[in-house]
Design a protein around this ligand. Sequence first.
Ligand code: DON
Length: 411
Amino acid sequence: MTDPLSAALSALLSRHHALSDGQVADYIPELAGADPSDFGISMVSVHGRIYNAGDAEKPFTIQSVSKPFVYALALSELGLARVARHVGFEPSGEPFNAVSLEPETGRPANPLINAGAIVTTSLIAGDADAGFTRIREALSAFAGRALSLDEDVYRSEASTGDRNRALAYLTSSQGVLARPANEATDIYFRQCALEVTATDLAVMGATLANAGINPVTKRRVIGEDVARIVLSVMSTCGMYDHSGEWMVRVGLPAKSGVGGGITAVLPGEFGIGVYSPPLDLQGNSVRGMAALQDTSTRLGLHVFAPATEARTAIAASTMAGNTLSLWLRGELDFIAAEQIARHIHDQVAAFPIGLIALDLTNVTAVRPIAAELLAATGTDMTSRGVRIEPTDPSGFLGTRPGVVRPPPSAG
Ligand code: DON
């Protein structure tokens, strides 16, 4: 039996199958053989559920979709400050293969155009083979399975990729390339020729959505900060000179590749992978973009269109005598703590409350800023003669409401 979301994804593919615009990439000769009718989509939740439709398991080369993930590896190895000496994080508004460097710094504007991607690849430690092995292992960890190299596509690009070699020499002349130009492009061509499926792209995106933990393997691949930086750069630069229109119409950080793949991410929720080889003039999959725009609109996924009814950390609130009882749930972050503090203040202003029973049994985590705000609320309530009695089996708060102690370390 097909689950409802996979069925909805199949219907979505049917709606866009007839779209025949675009051309399969042929500037890398081996890509010209792709079947233009291939069309697949996969959605993977941060809980690790996989929903597939169409050719979601058909392999193709990752091409530029590799770029944000190699950027993540470089950031993990070197940190943002060191990486930023070599490559920036501003949108360039130019095509993916533009001969483009920032005039003041000599750096490529961002790691998602080819010039910036080649520089990023050059930063990965080790000789050419070791560097590529690190990249392959990192991308495999994002995908949750060992990715293999399409030797034919690699050789095809290596024998025709003079424009990329020119970009490498140009960045080398500016002192921002971290290894010899021919070595950097050789690793970059291999990175682009790693074979993936739409499902792989969805799992990779879901790993970014899940703050760096692969939701299928449960392995931490990158830190939370790195995931945040990579998603920020994807949202401003991922679709090259189409990035602004993409954010307006689709509203999901994304990265495309000339193999026909696109990864899109709804932070905190889903990774989506699509595959359809015909490309528009910007090098983005035509049907892939249409499918993602449709998915975002129908499922209401635009990152800047959150639910108008804000999620609540207060599962229930009751008043009996002079006791206010609050049952809290989920992860308490700044937004949750502000809701709780506001609710407590409103209730105390409106009713003669002597005791607040705060139940944290269903709380899963307390961010430091939330702990700080709740402690300040506790201190304020104490000064007003209101007692707070927490039920806190995980020990997120101290016994005194004004005192917060860190949660016990997770097992
Ligand atoms: O460097 C190139 O031209 C290819 N290996 C990758 C370019 C690419 O995928 C552009 N994205 N849509």
